[in-house]
Design a protein around this ligand. Structure first.
Ligand code: PLP
Length: 373
């Protein structure tokens, strides 16, 4: 029940990866011999699979170690050299963006974090009002990792394009799940993570479009691989797995959305029927179907999770876990610290079954009843 934190690697993805650990181990940059050429050609196919999901070509994909590195490359790599710039993002962004922006602020760059409404959505007018002559980039998540809401990235893209500001989308949660055609949505940069789409951990990508490419500088320098944007030998097995995972996301997107919508509705209606005082955090309709962020009145979420150790529930982002503070995202929606501490995130995915949903309902209902009692 925690698919926003990570996903299992699909067995079909594992199968696609295996030969590239052993027989086909060539260095994809050693194109003087057939071992290298085989690896390079396999990577080309994988990159095309990733690019296809967002309507771009393989040459626009820069492989990274994950979405955290992709976010760093997008934000740091697009800054003008030797000048201070202004960057815009939102209070509800992922820690890999917020932490990077905080570091850039220490370096003297100016940062604006816009607020969100009670549904967790960004108002494009607030972003427009924040744009200055020095604004270099606007960075926004497609699908929020805690509350699952889908931000108005199409409107934001058009706005940024009209103001000659780069538009970066952190699509770790959105890739293959919501329509993210890069050209239609005027997206210049997009971060992707393989382990959120049933691929391996340790690999991701940054899409770099034409407007961004001329302004980008590598953050990992060395041998000039990947068009000079990210040096280092490309991890062939991980990329093959990433490509296969992306291909499967696209192939199965429509049926998977319908299946998850059914499971989500089953979970939600049973919980509401069996437990009073359950509230949904974040927009009800602008939402990825695989996420429910729920608040149980008079129930401390940490106590709830302790009572259901067999369920993988979460109070928020794994990347800030360990911090006992209530979620910053929920606070930005206007929830009090107490309300935020009563909230849990539930994530459904490819391997979630009806039986698991029913067991989760039974366990949560029982635990909430005991805690309230
Ligand atoms: C998981 C996640 C990241 C970080 O991705 P890694 O590949 O784990 O570095 C960044 N942004 C969002 C929205 C995420 O969900």
């Amino acid at each position: 029940m925690d698919y926003q934190s990570t996903t299992p690697v699909d067995p079909r993805v594992v199968g696609a990866m295996l030969p590239y650990f052993t027989e086909q181990f060539g260095n994809p940059h050693s194109v003087e011999h057939s071992f290298g050429i085989q690896a390079q050609q396999a990577i080309e196919v994988a990159l095309a699979g990733i690019a296809d999901v967002i309507g771009v070509s393989a040459g626009d994909i820069v492989i990274t170690s994950g979405a955290t590195e992709a976010n760093n490359l997008a934000l740091r790599g697009s800054l003008p050299t030797g000048k201070k710039a202004h960057l815009i993002s939102a209070l509800t962004e992922h820690q890999s963006v917020l932490g990077t922006l905080a570091a850039l602020k220490e370096d003297g760059h100016a940062i604006t974090l816009v607020t969100v409404d009670g549904d967790g959505l960004i108002d494009p007018e607030a972003v427009e009002a924040a744009i200055r002559p020095t604004t270099r980039i606007v960075s926004v998540m497609a699908v929020n990792s805690e509350i699952g809401v889908i931000q108005p990235y199409a409107d934001l893209g058009q706005l940024c394009r009209s103001r000659d500001v780069l538009f970066h989308v952190d699509a770790a949660q959105g890739f293959g799940r919501v329509p993210l055609d890069v050209k239609r949505n005027c997206i210049d940069l997009m971060s992707i993570s393989a382990h959120k789409i049933y691929g391996p951990k340790g690999v991701g990508a940054l899409y770099v479009g034409p407007a961004a490419r001329s302004r980008m500088r590598a953050q990992i320098t060395g041998g000039g691989q990947q068009g000079g944007l990210r040096a280092g030998t490309m991890p062939t097995p991980l990329i093959i797995g990433f490509g296969e995972a992306a291909r499967l996301m696209k192939e199965e997107e429509t049926t998977e959305v319908a299946r998850l919508a059914e499971l989500r509705t089953r979970l939600w209606t049973q919980l509401v029927e069996q437990i009073g005082g359950v509230h949904l955090n974040g927009s009800a309709d602008q939402r990825w179907v695989g996420n429910l962020n729920l608040r149980f009145e008079d129930v401390d979420a940490d106590s709830l999770m302790l009572m259901v150790p067999s369920l993988a529930l979460s109070t928020g982002s794994a990347c800030t876990a360990g911090t006992p503070e209530p979620s910053k995202v929920l606070r930005a929606l206007g929830l009090s610290p107490e309300q935020a501490s009563q909230s849990v995130r539930i994530g459904l995915g490819r391997m979630t079954t009806t039986d698991q949903i029913d067991r989760a309902v039974a366990l949560i209902t029982d635990a909430v009843g005991r805690l309230r009692g």
